[in-house]
Write a protein that binds this ligand. Sequence first.
Ligand code: HEM
Length: 445
Amino acid sequence: MTDLSPDFATVDFYTDTSLVDDPHAYFDYLRAQGPVTTLPHRNVIAITGHKEAVEVTLDTEHFSSVVAVTGPVPGLPFEAHGDDITAQLAAVRSKIPFSDQIVTEDGKRHADLRSILATLFTPSRLKALDAQLVDTANGMIDEFAADGKVDLVRQYGGPYATLVIADLLGIPAKTRGRFREYLDGAIPAEIGATPEDLAKNPLVKLGKDLFGLLARRRLSQSPVGKAGRRIAGLFGVSSGDDILGDLAAARYPDGTKPTLVDLTSLAAFLFGAGQDTTNRLLANGFRVIAERPDIQAKLRAEPGRIPDFIEEVLRYEGSVKCAARVCTKTTTIGGREIKAGTVLLLTYMGANRDPERFENPNEFDMDRPKLRQHLAFGRGAHTCIGSALARSEVRVSVERLLARMGNIRLSEEHHGPEGARRFEYEPTYILRALKSLHLEFDPLQ
Ligand code: HEM
């Protein structure tokens, strides 16, 4: 251990930026203490074992997602008593920051919201999307291809992820820039942020615009609106056949209409959830491509292996480090008792390098068996609903970027020479997010 490296036995995962550069070493340390380990701060137990992480994600009877985004930082607004805090939690739920998003809802309310989203990313919609993804990717690459260099995070991944989701949702071109601005600089789950800062949800700012767009979609689906739409269609005006249109028409499983407020919150979450996650996953993948000429050559020779490459990037360096749960009823995981009121640091990234599940987990190996057993998209009731979309976005991007950029390498000016590379990561406890990835390449075509 150098003077600068953290003392893993006492460090606070949620406030110490020294873990940002290499969270793997810390998760490996925790797993060596046991797949279920008590942390020294905040009444938190860390899960780093794959089997145990899966068990937690599937057990909605004993674990609530209400703290999935903020973790233990804001603290529970009550003193937990006894072995069942379900009623205590229900009474104060609305006081917990960020607790009204699909990812933090539980039980029937979560199932109702999820039933609406589950119909949106159909295989046919995703298939139809492929050609559009190729066009979007090519258009973005045109802007820097001749330069022979690019910061993949700022010049490609960020704007690409925004454009794709904005197109899918049906957000008018004039509003998109504003949406991007709302989210720019908003680092989710920022390390060292105060509980008040964490409670500020940047998605709320999107709400006003989305509410108006959804209200208009609903109106256009009414009998009067339908007639109007037919007339508008004759003049080439958009029919509103997009995700906002589907949301506006959606019903809960019991046939009732969701409120516009619920739909707005879902649409805002959809807009936000796939931006940094997809952008930074692509950057994590291109770091591997630039550092490993053998893998770069293999993907160029066998583009059909790109999906396997992406699965291994998700396992080896996914863009989500962790989620959180709170134990609602005292139970046992991995032979360890978990008391009601304990918060779990659910390290999807740690589980993805559990040697009990993946042989030589710290090696990048796209030929490993059972590639898709990683937990990069979570598991169980809250499994990522955008995983198929994210996989398509990243696959098309890798295909197009490899086709247009020959001999991809890291910029020594920005990342230092071989043997002394440097990379900066955003200071967030939730995301594995490169601040930039400066690549150089030989323009092709
Ligand atoms: C590489 C990209 C992505 C990664 C790594 C990722 C990761 C995740 C993870 C780990 C969860 C589960 C959180 C938990 O267990 O508490 C999740 C949930 C979710 N993701 Fe993603 N995501 C990605 C892209 C997307 C995209 C593109 C969308 C939509 C456009 C999306 C929408 C959602 C939604 C709605 C949920 C909440 C599901 C629920 O609570 O039922 N994600 N994501």
